[in-house]
Design a protein around this ligand. Structure first.
Ligand code: AMP
Ligand code: MG
Length: 420
């Protein structure tokens, strides 16, 4: 048996970030930047007012106070989006709105609140702008002024490759005037279910048959992880069918294959034989439960294939441990670990001695995180996953854990990038 870490390290050693592709900036959400973003402008591009008020020469009002206000002549007004042609001479002021460029001659802005304008309602100010104002507080040069380049300087490296694009990065790219950006391509992940017992989900049940749930779980997991699922349907437990479907996936440009089933020791576990012939395959017994059997290999052209176990819970747990990090790496991400918290057990646990992935419900109170199991933990009991929001990790060699034990829990639904 190999450890979870050994299996993952082997898989990741064969997986590379996919090549960059240009996408419209809004489509870059959640993707990983694949270029240096160097600014060819200052942001803001010009000194501008941080307040609604008056652009002044700070020296004029350096001694202003409520008791000794300084009277200034108002020589004009400038709104955001416009440039004042006037220059602020000693003893003068220009009305200025937030975001408007600082007029020539001005060195600071006095907010309305610190002038006699504050005594007049806004409506009155609009109808009858003051010709003179009293300044009642001193300002220093640059007070209430946002200098050019305060946010981003011309020539600055604003974002390096590897940055995950969030709404704030999209805003920065927009302010830099970048309609498109280079990000790592999303992997196309071929999903293949195997088994003679499987029905399509719209088919009525027949004796001996069950519906194909793994394809759906896997497709949803791929989407959530940031990949693009390519559903190849059900391959029957005969060699030809599986080979044909794998070739079709390769033709459709799959970057990664996920199969489910057929990798354990049953009579009809043909995945093993077929894959052995289609590429270099390794069949592992991973020291974990659920999810002991796992296949990994490279198909024609070096396309990796992860053969997940068939049992629906095993398939999901193995996806989270092995396929998810592989997809994230292809996307160019560097943080591949599932967000994990430390939680205190609210009930005792028994364990097989392999690394256990126990479906739990995590709650939080003022003392921290707590975990209780979802009940029946069979590897076919998919509702145990549906009830769970976490996978508690029981270390190898442990057979029982008591109430009050603290153990790591992978949070199933926390968004990528969450810091626990
Ligand atoms: P296998 O490893 O192929 O023997 O499959 C192990 C168990 O998982 C069997 O009970 C299968 O019926 C079940 N199984 C395999 N594939 C699927 C699937 N796509 N959806 C639901 N159950 C499956
Ligand atoms: Mg099978």
């Amino acid at each position: 048996m190999i450890s979870v870490e050994e299996a993952l390290a082997e898989i990741l050693s064969h997986v590379r970030p996919l090549e960059p592709e240009p996408v419209p900036v809004l489509d870059a959400m959640g993707r990983v930047l694949a270029e240096e973003i160097i600014s060819d402008i200052n942001i803001p591009p010009f000194d501008n007012s941080a307040m609604d008020g008056y652009a002044v020469r700070a020296a004029d009002v350096a001694l202003a106070s409520p008791e000794t206000p300084v009277l200034l002549q108002v020589i004009g007004s400038v709104a955001a989006g416009y440039v004042s042609g006037a220059e602020v001479q000693p003893g003068a002021a220009i009305r200025i709105m937030t975001g408007a460029p600082l007029p020539a001659g001005a060195t600071a802005v006095v907010p309305y609140e610190d002038t006699s304008d504050f005594d007049r309602p806004k409506e009155q100010r609009l109808v009858e702008p003051a010709n003179q104002i009293e300044v009642r507080q001193p300002v220093q040069p640059r007070d209430h002024v946002r200098p050019a380049g305060e946010d981003v300087r011309l020539g600055e490296l604003v974002m390096a490759p590897g940055r995950i694009i969030r709404p704030q990065e999209i805003g920065v790219l927009a302010s830099l005037g970048r309609p498109n950006v280079l990000v790592h391509r999303q992997p196309r992940v071929a999903i293949l279910a195997t088994g003679d017992e499987l029905l399509e989900i719209h088919e009525p049940l027949r004796p001996g048959k069950i519906r194909n749930s793994n394809e759906y779980t896997n497709a949803a997991l791929v989407t959530r992880t940031g990949g693009v699922p390519l559903r190849l349907g059900i391959a029957r437990d005969v060699k030809g069918d599986l080979v044909a479907k794998i070739r079709s996936g390769l033709e459709q440009g799959a970057d990664l294959f996920l199969t489910s089933g057929g990798v354990s020791v049953g009579d009809y576990d043909v995945v093993k034989d077929v894959l052995g012939a289609e590429g270099e395959m390794q069949f592992w017994q991973v020291n974990m439960k659920p999810g002991k059997p796992l296949a990994f290999g490279l198909l024609a052209g070096g396309v990796p294939l992860i053969g997940l176990p068939g049992n629906p819970v095993s398939a999901m747990v193995s996806f989270e441990q092995f396929a998810r990090p592989a997809i994230l790496k292809m996307l160019g991400r560097s943080e591949l670990a599932k967000p994990t918290v430390q939680a205190v057990l609210e009930e005792p646990l028994t364990n097989s001695g392999r690394r256990g992935f126990v479906r739990v419900i995590v709650s939080r109170d003022e003392t921290g995180y707590h975990a209780r199991t979802t009940g029946e933990q069979g590897s076919g009991v998919l509702t145990s996953m549906a009830k769970a929001n976490g996978l508690a990790i029981v270390p190898e060699g442990t057979y029982r854990l008591e109430v009050g034990t603290t153990l790591p829990v992978q949070m199933l639904d926390w968004p990528e990038g969450t810091c626990a």
